[in-house]
Design a protein around this ligand. Structure first.
Ligand SMILES: NC(=O)c1ccc[n+]([C@@H]2O[C@H](COP(=O)([O-])OP(=O)(O)OC[C@H]3O[C@@H](n4cnc5c(N)ncnc54)[C@H](O)[C@@H]3O)[C@@H](O)[C@H]2O)c1
Length: 365
């Protein structure tokens, strides 16, 4: 078991290890009142909600522990689902010392976290992430949100959790594709600020893909330490936190342009990071060989590194402009000065973005 402490105005601890969702004593320490609502989704709840509820109840004999289940998937991150949670909390009689426990991936974490941020102007939230992506990214840092038809994460709040319990045993049931998507975000931490971590990931790729518990705990702990270090200094993304968006400007454009059913978020981030690395070389900021090494590592993890055939590159650039509210003719990106050295780079010309992307697009089938 490992711990990562997140400092700042509202400090909390991330615990990482096998079997944590059955550790009722540790979980119960973060519950102050008598109302506990576990929010989960239809795929995760049948696997883990009972064990978590029983573990909590055993150490909180005077509390009521209920489970609220949403349909699995991004389509549940809506204002309607949020309103439903508000009504359930009202029916439950949840008081200001109530606690919401988010059991699931980033969708559950973002929705349940936002519900906790809003109920009675803010109640406690404990994150129990069950996807690799949620363990290394969405459960840490306090960003919560729901989507609107106009765009992702448009309504939300900063609301740090009281604690995070990443039970790595839950990763055994995670579909392969979701595991790989999480690995893209793990690689991102190495790419932006830790070249030694990239080497470690290269050396432990087989173990991670085989879901070796020790390798997973180490990768999650190192990723969380990076995220904690950044969000502690810049909780509200006024500066440095933007580095976590390495590859994401390309990724969001690809995701939106493809619509549902294309690459998932982690896969799009994988392609986006390769685009960012190649754009950096084109601008003379970094050697091309670093971009090639990054693509090789992502490929090793079974992640895509090419822009899907059929996407209109000019339309992707238009999307990026909307995403970043850039000035006419130029965009702002997170690029790198070689592996492990990301930086925010304003004033990138559309023509350079297009030229960097062109060789990276798959040929039509
Ligand atoms: N708040 C943040 O800082 C932040 C950061 C990154 C991403 N996000 C958000 O996270 C969301 C994506 O999260 P995600 O990739 O975890 O997706 P997800 O929550 O949709 O989970 C992916 C799928 O895996 C299933 N699943 C989860 N855990 C499982 C397990 N242990 N066993 C079997 N199945 C399991 C889920 O039911 C779902 O079908 C997006 O909405 C994104 O915007 C938020």
């Amino acid at each position: 078991m490992k711990h990562v402490d997140v400092g700042g105005a509202a400090p909390y601890r991330i615990a990482i290890g096998e079997g944590l969702l059955r550790d009722g004593a540790a979980l119960a320490k973060h519950v102050r009142g008598r109302h506990v609502m576990i929010v989960s989704d239809a795929q995760v709840a049948p696997l883990y909600a009972r064990d978590l509820a029983d573990a909590l109840q055993a150490h909180l004999p005077d509390a009521r522990v209920i489970v609220s289940c949403i349909p699995a998937g991004e389509a549940s991150k809506t204002l309607d689902r949020f309103a439903e949670l508000m009504r359930e909390l009202a029916d439950f009689g949840a008081t200001r010392d109530a606690c919401i426990v988010a059991l699931g991936g980033g969708v559950v974490g973002d929705l349940a976290g936002f519900a906790a941020a809003c109920w009675m102007r803010g109640i406690d939230c404990v994150q129990v992430p069950t996807t690799l992506l949620a363990m290394v990214d969405s459960s840490v840092g306090g960003k919560t949100a729901v989507d609107l038809p106009q765009g992702k994460n448009l309504v939300g709040a900063f609301h740090p959790p009281r604690a995070v319990f990443a039970d790595t045993a839950t990763l055994r049931t995670l579909p392969d594709r979701e595991l790989r998507a999480g690995l893209a975000e793990v690689v991102k931490y190495g790419a932006i600020r830790d070249i030694a971590f990239l080497d470690w990931l290269q050396a432990h790729a087989d173990a991670l893909l085989a879901r070796d518990p020790a390798a997973l705990v180490e990768a999650i702990a190192r990723s969380c330490a990076h995220k904690a270090d950044i969000v502690e200094r810049d909780p509200r993304e006024r500066g440095e936190r933007a580095l976590l968006n390495f590859g994401h400007t390309f990724a969001h454009a690809i995701e939106t342009e493809q619509g549902y059913g294309g690459l998932n978020h982690g896969e799009a981030v994988s392609v986006g990071m390769v685009c960012a690395a190649h754009l950096s070389s084109r601008l003379g900021m970094a050697p091309e060989s670093d971009a090639t090494r990054l693509a090789a590592l992502l490929t090793r993890f079974g992640l895509p590194v090419a822009i899907p055939a059929g996407l209109d590159l000019a339309a992707l650039v238009d999307r990026m402009r909307l995403d970043k509210k850039a000035t006419a003719g130029s965009l702002r990106f997170v690029l790198w000065r070689g592996a492990g050295k990301a930086e925010i780079t304003p004033g990138v010309k559309d023509a350079d973005v297009l030229a960097a992307m062109r060789p990276l697009q798959s040929a039509p089938p």
